[in-house]
Design a protein around this ligand. Structure first.
Ligand code: SAM
Ligand code: SF4
Length: 327
């Protein structure tokens, strides 16, 4: 079957699958009061449901899978999920986004299961600032896990840092020291408004362009955008081993590079991070015979994907916080 494309010619080789909405951190921009389970909420997808989902998406041209959450490592059968995903024919890149709390303990187990790329969220390299942002004084162990990942045979190791005014927006010199000798990509992500964080967003949103101007002043160069690249703008500098990516969802044409679909932990397809609706796929994941029906259903929904989000108008869709979709 030819790869899935939408009305605007965008293709979707990349699926972000949340495996659990729960998280052990309390990031100020995401779950400032921690995760509270909704007693009526359905359980996350089981391993057989995940397997059927992934088979359906590979039929539609997906070959890169990212496991996310909530915090994926909160799920006890995470290693089994990775092993199962890695065995699905067609998945060539198996990545995960994590806050890194179990990274130093589980990295090799996850890699043995088939994980070949990892993004770790590290919003600050300053221990006190990191603890204030996440509610956990664990920066040192997480950075140790990141160094282990760099020494291991992974195709890619990246850090994610959400930029916040008056919180971590003056740390570029520290980051540059960190990047000088490490073959790592850091992605600075512009803070996004979600259903729950309006007051925080108003106080702390800062345009990524400010940081990009600093990078250009310091001699960093913007790389030409690869045809199959996602929405990040990539910078490099001859004197640094590391690279810097900028994810600026409020910039012009951000959505033109959209190459991803999302499925929540309970099996809702989300065509956009900030969309107004989810499409429940779980009823189509109950038996192996439903593969064709699943493929038809996803293919039939893709025409509903909007050209862009409506964040500039403050419309955040049904996403209360990004832990609910996997970001
Ligand atoms: N718990 C994992 C983690 O933090 O890496 C995975 C899930 S988290 C929702 C995925 C990514 O979304 C993280 O890098 C996080 O920093 C980012 N994120 C969460 N809320 C955000 C927001 N309002 N704006 C920008 N990025 C956000
Ligand atoms: Fe948890 Fe990730 Fe949200 Fe932080 S950003 S609260 S680690 S889900």
């Amino acid at each position: 079957m030819s790869p899935l494309a939408d009305r605007y010619g965008r293709r979707f080789p990349y699926l972000r699958l949340s495996v659990i909405p729960a998280c052990n951190f309390r990031c100020t921009y995401c779950l400032p009061h921690g995760y509270h389970a909704d007693a009526k909420a359905a359980a996350p997808l089981s391993l057989p449901e995940i397997t059927r989902l992934l088979r359906g998406f590979t039929e539609l041209g997906m070959h890169k899978l990212r496991i996310t959450g909530g915090e994926p490592s909160v799920r006890h059968d995470l290693t089994e999920i990775l092993r199962t995903a890695a065995a699905v024919p067609g998945i060539t890149k198996l990545a995960m986004t994590t806050n890194g709390t179990l990274l130093s303990k589980r990295l090799h187990e996850w890699m043995d299961a088939g994980l070949n790329a990892i993004n770790v969220s590290v919003d600050s390299l300053d221990r006190a600032a990191f603890a204030r942002i996440t509610g956990h004084d664990r920066l040192e162990d997480i950075l140790h896990g990141v160094d282990m990942a760099l020494e291991a045979d992974l195709a890619s190791v990246k850090l994610n840092a959400v930029l916040m005014r008056d919180v971590n927006d003056r740390e570029l010199p520290t980051w540059l020291d960190y990047l000088r000798d490490r073959h790592i990509g850091v992605r600075f992500i512009e803070l996004m408004q979600t259903g729950d964080n309006l007051a925080f967003f108003r106080d702390h949103h800062v345009r990524a362009e400010t940081l990009e101007a600093e990078l250009l002043d310091a001699g960093w160069q913007l790389l030409p955008r690869a045809a199959d690249a996602g929405p990040a703008r990539e910078y490099r500098h001859a004197e640094y081993a590391g690279r810097i990516g900028i994810i600026a969802p409020y910039s012009k044409d951000f959505c033109a590079g959209c190459n991803r679909l999302r499925v929540t932990a309970t099996g809702d397809l989300r065509l956009c991070l900030f969309g107004e609706f989810g499409i429940p796929l779980r009823p189509l994941l109950q038996s192996d015979d439903q593969l064709e029906e699943l493929v038809r259903a996803v293919g039939g929904q893709i025409g509903r994907k909007e050209q862009g989000h409506f964040l500039h108008e403050g419309r955040t869709g049904i996403t209360p916080h990004l832990a609910s979709t996997g970001g």
